[in-house]
Design a protein around this ligand. Structure first.
Ligand SMILES: NC(=O)c1ccc[n+]([C@@H]2O[C@H](COP(=O)([O-])OP(=O)(O)OC[C@H]3O[C@@H](n4cnc5c(N)ncnc54)[C@H](O)[C@@H]3O)[C@@H](O)[C@H]2O)c1
Length: 250
């Protein structure tokens, strides 16, 4: 049995992940860590990693990018693998993750749904196929509680489009005022927030008299939680190194 500790266990995502982990015969939910007090699926929720009594094989982190240092420190101390599912990491955070990957197995993805990971591949292919005659613009829509913008997934899709186009692109997040004609090197990214939208991403390639649109819509947060469970099973016992969702579905 793979022993799982859920970081951010009392949040929206953490609770669903804990529910799925508790119901999965291959996993044992040993508890959670959260700033809030409570318990999850009958397991203890600790206020810090220092209080966790049992050793986990995998930490699934759905807390916050701001908690990265604590999560990595715990994983390095105990040698467990870690699913970094929070979004909003800075360049400095990404360097810390790369450094940690020399000793442990961090699994990082801005989106744990299988569909989005397919979309990533399709966007790369589309950009390669359509080429410089097409302008790529990304629109993402999320619920009104989301803290970071644009979404980590939108940035991931923008990177895929950039790769497909062969580089030489820059990301422009939103436009306002007299911005002038669109520069061919731009990939526009636009964030819409409202209500309870789980997560929608649309990548538009606009060319001369034709438009190709690729999109994905998540209808429930359970798709991300299910992806986290699949990732936990994949990463348990893996050697040190950086992993992502493409390794799981690839
Ligand atoms: N990778 C994906 O597929 C995916 C999918 C959905 C959400 N997310 C990301 O997951 C994160 C959580 O989303 P959510 O909707 O569950 O948010 P949420 O606010 O409902 O839950 C976050 C939980 O983490 C706890 N927390 C925050 N900082 C902490 C800290 N330093 N130590 C311990 N606990 C801490 C909070 O108390 C809260 O209970 C966000 O960054 C979100 O963007 C990623």
């Amino acid at each position: 049995m793979i022993k799982v500790l859920v970081s951010g266990a009392l949040g929206h995502m953490g609770r669903i992940v804990a529910e799925l982990a508790a119901a999965d015969a291959a996993l044992e939910l040993i508890g959670g860590v959260d700033l809030k007090e409570g318990e999850v699926q009958g397991a203890p929720v600790y206020s810090s990693f220092a209080d966790v009594c049992e050793k986990a094989d995998v930490v699934i982190d759905f807390s916050s990018a701001a908690n990265l240092t604590n999560v990595l420190a715990y994983a390095e101390k105990t040698g467990c693998a870690v699913i970094l599912a929070a979004t909003g990491y800075t360049e400095d955070d990404l360097s810390k993750i790369a450094e940690a990957a020399k000793k442990i197995a961090p699994f990082k993805t801005a989106n744990l749904s299988v569909g989005i990971n397919l979309l990533q591949k399709l966007v790369r292919e589309a950009a390669k196929f359509l080429g410089s005659g097409f302008d790529a613009e990304i629109v993402e829509r999320h619920h009104n509680l989301k803290k970071d913008a644009p979404s980590g997934t939108a940035l991931m899709l923008a990177e895929s489009a950039k790769e497909g186009f062969g580089g030489d692109k820059r990301f422009v997040c939103g436009r306002e005022g007299m911005v002038g004609a669109r520069d061919k090197r731009e990939i526009g990214i636009h964030a819409v927030r409202g209500g309870t939208i789980v997560g929608e991403h649309e990548v538009m390639f606009a060319g001369e008299d034709e438009i190709v649109t690729l999109s994905h819509s998540a209808r429930s947060k359970r798709v991300f939680a299910a992806g986290a469970i699949a990732a936990a099973k994949f990463i348990a016992g893996k050697p040190a190194g950086k992993y992502d969702m493409q390794d799981v579905i690839g």
